[in-house]
Design a protein around this ligand. Structure first.
Ligand code: HEC
Ligand code: HEC
Length: 299
């Protein structure tokens, strides 16, 4: 083989590999027809909106003067790769999600794919939300649609080479997507509900599970704690909270989750946890207890 043909072959193989990567990194949309038939339940959606912590990221910037209780977006979310401004998810048709289909909403929340086909940055915890039942995601949209519409245009992210980063996320997803979590019939109903809330909408592992070299949650280290993903301080382990005498029993852990600082539990206040705790406090008591039951079982 001449050098020229060898070079040509290398270029050809390179092009096929690059094309393959390009193909692999291409977003996939959910087909509306593949969604289950479901009559949406906004009251269930409200519970999942709270444990999902949507308002914590999607609130407006203080200086905007907009209603801080509505997820009209715009407050800065600082991440190690740059600053994002989570967008408006109120039902405004022009600037929010009012005109979105259920399928488009499921694509964004569970697969990290925007309606224009771009990959969303995983500061939006869609890897965890991917564990939710699709019916629950549709219910969250139904709840959002009951909120007042706020007009608020998206503020562009401040991430260097954002387009390239978004493309690369297509490949990253292949490494980062977690296998589905199955219910454990040997455990109580409460434990299974807690496991669902913690691993799915609650996205607790996004902070409490350390990341591997690919920035994917390291399943072998689930809930072992580690550096804060937003780059400040550390996140504590959630393993063996009762054995380590952090809490006397499940009841006390449930009280800590419900009351936080108000109940003089001071270990749920720093690094974004205070907001998580306030969101948990909005849940029905049975759900808070279920979360405590599941956490208390982590070894
Ligand atoms: C930890 C922060 C965080 C939380 C919690 C969060 N989001 Fe987001 N969300 C983001 C960011 C950041 C983006 C934009 C990502 C990007 O630009 O790639 C986003 C984007 C979205 C989008 C796409 C909007 C668009 O116009 O493209 C939807 C829909 C959305 N979020 C819904 C939700 C819902 C529903 C919840 C709660 C269940 C939620 N988010 C919780 C940070 C968050
Ligand atoms: C934004 C990152 C973040 C998320 C998401 C998060 N946590 Fe935390 N969590 C922290 C940090 C940081 C602390 C330490 C707070 C402190 O020291 O005041 C903490 C502390 C805790 C503690 C106290 C641990 C102890 O040693 O007493 C519990 C319990 C806890 N988190 C449960 C949860 C649950 C349940 C969820 C999901 C619903 C969750 N966390 C989601 C960051 C997070």
């Amino acid at each position: 083989m001449t050098m020229n043909r060898l070079a040509g072959l290398i270029v050809l193989i390179g092009a096929i590999a690059a094309g393959g990567l390009f193909w692999l990194s291409t977003p996939r949309h959910t087909n509306s027809a593949s969604l289950p038939a479901h009559s949406a339940n906004a009251a269930n959606g409200e519970i999942l909106y709270h444990i999902g912590g949507c308002i914590s990221c999607h609130r407006p910037a203080k200086e905007s003067g907009a209603d801080m209780s509505l997820p009209s977006g715009g407050a800065a979310l600082v991440t190690p790769i740059g600053t994002l401004y989570p967008p408006n998810i109120t039902p405004d048709a022009a600037t929010g999600i009012g005109a979105w289909s259920d399928a488009a909403f499921v694509d964004a929340v569970q697969h990290g794919v925007a309606p224009d086909g771009q990959h969303l940055i995983p500061a939006f915890p869609y890897i965890s939300y991917g564990h939710m039942k699709v019916e629950d995601v549709i219910d969250i949209r139904a709840y959002l649609m009951t909120l007042p519409a706020v007009a608020s245009t998206r503020k562009e992210d401040d991430i260097p080479f954002s387009w390239l980063v978004r493309r690369g996320i297509g490949l990253w997803k292949i490494l980062a997507v977690l296998p589905p979590k199955e219910a454990d019939p040997a455990r109580s109903q409460g434990w299974n509900r807690g496991a669902y809330l913690v691993n799915g909408p609650g996205h607790c592992a996004e902070c409490h599970t350390p990341r591997n070299a690919f920035m994917a949650m390291d399943q072998a280290q689930a809930f072992a704690g580690g550096p804060h993903p937003e780059g400040r301080g550390v996140v504590p382990s959630l393993r063996d909270l009762i054995g380590r005498k952090k809490y006397k029993d499940i009841e006390e852990l449930a009280a800590a989750l419900k009351e936080g600082e108000e109940g003089f539990y001071s270990d749920l206040s720093k690094g974004g946890m205070a907001e998580v705790q306030l969101n948990i406090a909005k849940l029905p008591d049975a759900d808070i207890h279920a979360i405590a039951e599941y956490l208390g079982s982590l070894k």
